[in-house]
Design a protein around this ligand. Structure first.
Ligand SMILES: O=C([O-])CC(=O)C(=O)O
Length: 290
């Protein structure tokens, strides 16, 4: 893959949305947040995981949309909002129905509203911490089949969804393909979030010397799943550039892409790897548009 273009400086907005059981209201909330972010000068806008429905296996099937065949009110709104606002939009994720299966899917749009890529959550969130947090996405969802690298006006993005951030190999594979920004719409929870959320974002940043963006829904006290919130932007030296607590808000950061080059030059880890001792094997085909 050719080297990624340098987009200079890009203002990013992370919309930590209040998600309810009312899909229409969620769509209206997201639309308003995108407009607001663009109004405040953002050129890259990121939404959270499962922003159009409650995070629960009971909800995924009934809120799911067929993104390709339609009707898809959620992603149609995203395309229109990206075009109206003139922004690159990483549209968080929504439950996607496709050929009888359900996926947790993130759509990326350009500033004209064109769908550039679709990432389906590759590692499903199946965990069991007895008495604290048990969730099994695989009861309803199917994992995606590949990584997603997408060239946008706001840099080369590598997309993961939430639990995907726990797998360093995926991020390494993205870095190997020249990704400048790892973007993870996510919804950690009040059990795993406090210790792991920022740690994982900073770890992926320090390993791969790139920006890492994690965007969560706000915590809704009425929801069965209590999202951690704390949407965060991390720079290529693992520094936190912007973060927040768990209330609905939009946070902003200026991504200076020269920093990615600079940090990779300061610490030339890629050239210093001991390929005689170990190797990352990429078994996926090139960037996927599933
Ligand atoms: O929701 C997810 O996919 C991931 C999550 O909360 C965790 O890993 O703790």
């Amino acid at each position: 893959m050719a080297e990624a273009a340098d987009p200079g400086k890009v203002k990013v907005a992370l919309c930590q949305l209040h998600v309810t059981a009312d899909k229409e209201q969620n769509i209206a909330t997201a639309k308003a947040a995108i407009e607001d972010a663009a109004h405040n000068g953002a050129k890259l806008v990121v939404l959270p995981e499962m922003w159009n429905c409650p995070y629960s296996n009971d909800s995924f099937p009934s809120y799911a949309e067929d993104i390709e065949a339609g009707p898809s009110p959620s992603t149609d709104m995203l395309a229109a909002a990206a075009a109206a606002a003139g922004v690159t939009l990483v549209g968080g994720s929504v439950p996607e129905r496709s050929v009888g299966k359900l996926y947790n899917t993130c759509c990326v749009f350009d500033h004209t509203g064109k769908l550039l890529a679709k990432h389906r959550k590759t590692h499903l969130f199946d965990i069991d911490i007895p008495g604290k947090m048990t969730f099994k996405e695989s009861l309803t969802l199917t994992p995606g089949e590949g990584p997603t690298v997408v060239d946008t006006a706001a840099g080369r993005l590598g997309v993961g969804i939430c639990y995907d951030i726990r797998f360093p190999e995926l991020a390494m594979l993205y870095a190997k393909r020249g990704v400048q920004v790892l973007v993870y719409p996510g919804a950690f929870n009040t059990v795993t979030g406090p210790l792991h959320w920022e740690l994982l974002a900073r770890a992926r940043a320090v390993d791969n010397q790139c920006f890492v963006i994690t965007c969560s829904p706000a915590r809704n006290p009425d929801a069965s799943y209590q999202a951690w919130g704390h949407s965060t932007v991390v720079g290529p030296f693992a520094e936190v550039l912007a973060t927040t607590e768990h209330e609905p808000t939009t946070i902003y950061a200026d991504l200076d892409f020269a920093q990615v080059k600079e940090r990779r030059a300061n610490l030339p880890l890629t050239q210093q790897k001991r390929h005689d001792l170990y190797e990352l094997v990429d078994r996926s085909s090139s960037s996927s548009k599933q």
